[in-house]
Design a protein around this ligand. Structure first.
Ligand code: GLA
Length: 393
C-alpha cells in the first residue's frame, strides 16, 4: 500500500500540474460500459490465494451476480513471485498455476484480471513490470488474463527524482503508453485500468495512453465519510467519461461491514450515477442476503450500465441535501435524492429543473415502485440515505 508519507511527498511534487485535454485513444471495444466485477484488495488485501479466488468465482455465479452483469474476477497486489533466468514473471506460492486458475474462472463464464505496477515494485513491495512490460503482457495473455490494473506506486521515486512536474509527467505518460502498446501487441482484448490516485488530472489524458478507466482519487475505505468524500469529489468530471473510458472512484465497499445497509445503498447509487466501474470489494462467498440484494439490484445496475454511457453529475446541493442526475438512453434520467445529513430530511425535485416539459413517468428504483406521471416529487429520505428515481423515457 502506498504510505501516507510517500503519498504526501508525491502529491506535493505532482499534485498541482495542469494539463491540456488529450484526444481519446482508448479502445471502446472493451469496456463499452463501465466494467463490472470483483477485486480482492478491499476485503482480502494480502490474504488472497488461488482457493479464495475460485471461491469468489463460484459465489459470483451462485449469488446471481454473474447474471446481473458482473464479469471480472480481479486479483490485486501480492500474487507476484520471482522472475526466472529469462525474466519471465511467475506467481508466488499462493497461486500455483495461473493458467489453470484463468481456465477455471473462464469455465464459469467469467473473466480474470490481474495487477502490476510500471515501477520495479508494486505498492505492497512485490515485483513490478518495469523493464519487462512486453514480456509481462505476453505472459498475461498466455495465462488468459482479461483485465490489468496498473498501479503507479513503484514509479513514483523516479518521477520525484525527475525534479520537475513536466518531467515527472513525461515519465508517467511514457510508462502508461508502454504497457498499453504491450497489451495491444498481444492481440488479446484486455481492459486497461490505470491506478494513480487522481494525480495530474488523469481524466484529461488517461484515454490518450489507452486507459479504459483511471482512478480519480486515493484509496477508498469502508466508512461513510471516506466513501462520500470520494463520491462527491467526482462532480464536474462527467464530460471526461464515455464508452471505453471511465472515471474510476475506486472499488465498492458494499458488504464489508463498516457502513449500514442504508449507507451501502447510497454508495451503490452514487457509483451508478457516476457510471463508475462496479467492482465489488467484499467476500462474495459469505455475503448476507441484504448485501446480495444491494449488489444485484438490476434497476440500479441498469443506471450504471446504460448504453448511452453518460456519467451523471450534481444538479443541486444545499447543505447535506444533494440532487444528482444521469442522462440515460432514450431521453430518460436517473435522479438521486441524497440526504447526507445526520437526521431524516425531506427532499423535493421538480422535473422541469431537469429539462422535462410537463408531467413525466417516474419510478422509485430501490422501492421498485411506479409513481405515475408527475411534475415533481417530494419524499422523506433517512439520514445518510438516498431515493433513486428513473424519470421519463
Ligand atoms: C494501492 C491501490 C489499491 C491497491 C493497493 C495494493 O494502494 O490504490 O487499490 O491496489 O495499492 O497494494
Amino acid at each position: 500500500m502506498i504510505t501516507t508519507r510517500r503519498r504526501a511527498l508525491f502529491a506535493a511534487i505532482v499534485g498541482a500540474a495542469a494539463l491540456s485535454a488529450a484526444c481519446a485513444h482508448a479502445a471502446p471495444d472493451v469496456a463499452s460500459t463501465p466494467p463490472m466485477g470483483w477485486n480482492s484488495w478491499n476485503h482480502f488485501a494480502a490474504k488472497i490465494d488461488d482457493a479464495t479466488v475460485r471461491a469468489q468465482a463460484d459465489a459470483m455465479v451462485k449469488s446471481g451476480m454473474r447474471d446481473a452483469g458482473y464479469r471480472y474476477i480481479n486479483i490485486d497486489d501480492t500474487w507476484e513471485g520471482a522472475r526466472d533466468a529469462n525474466g519471465v514473471i511467475h506467481p508466488n506460492s499462493k497461486f500455483p498455476d495461473m493458467k489453470a486458475l484463468a481456465d477455471y474462472v473462464h469455465s464459469k463464464g467469467l473473466k480474470l484480471g490481474i495487477y502490476s505496477s510500471p515501477g520495479p515494485k508494486t505498492c505492497a513491495g512485490y515485483e513490478g513490470s518495469y523493464g519487462h512490460e512486453a514480456q509481462d503482457a505476453r505472459t498475461y495473455a498466455a495465462w488468459g488474463i482479461d483485465y490489468l490494473k496498473y498501479d503507479l506506486c513503484g514509479l513514483s521515486p523516479s518521477m520525484i527524482a525527475a525534479g520537475s512536474l513536466d518531467k515527472a509527467q513525461d515519465i508517467e505518460l511514457a510508462a502508461y503508453r508502454k504497457m498499453d502498446a504491450a497489451l495491444k501487441a498481444t492481440g488479446r482484448p484486455i481492459v486497461y485500468s490505470l491506478c494513480q490516485y487522481g494525480f495530474f488530472q488523469p481524466w484529461r489524458w488517461a484515454p490518450s495512453v489507452g486507459g479504459n478507466s483511471w482512478r480519480t482519487t486515493g484509496d477508498i475505505s469502508d466508512t461513510f465519510p471516506r466513501m462520500l468524500r470520494i463520491g462527491l469529489s467526482q462532480a464536474g468530471l462527467a464530460k471526461f467519461a464515455g464508452p471505453g473510458h471511465w472515471n474510476d472512484p475506486d472499488m465498492l465497499e458494499v458488504g464489508n461491514g463498516g457502513m449500514t445497509a442504508i449507507e451501502y445503498r447510497t454508495h451503490m447509487s452514487l457509483w451508478a450515477l457516476l457510471a463508475a466501474p462496479l467492482l465489488a470489494g467484499n467476500d462474495l462467498s459469505t455475503m448476507s442476503p441484504e448485501t446480495t440484494a444491494i449488489l444485484t439490484n438490476r434497476e440500479i445496475i441498469a443506471v450504471d450500465q446504460d448504453p448511452a454511457g453518460v456519467q451523471g453529475d450534481r444538479v443541486k446541493a444545499e447543505g447535506g441535501l444533494e440532487i444528482w442526475a444521469k442522462p440515460l438512453a432514450g431521453g430518460a434520467k436517473a435522479v438521486g435524492l441524497f440526504n447526507l445529513s445526520d437526521q431524516p430530511a425531506w427532499l423535493e425535485v421538480h422535473f422541469a429543473d431537469l429539462g422535462f416539459a410537463g408531467p413525466v413517468k417516474a419510478r422509485d428504483l430501490w422501492a421498485a415502485k411506479d409513481l405515475g406521471a408527475i411534475w415533481a416529487y417530494r419524499v422523506e429520505v433517512p439520514e445518510h440515505g438516498v431515493v433513486m428515481l428513473r424519470v421519463g423515457g
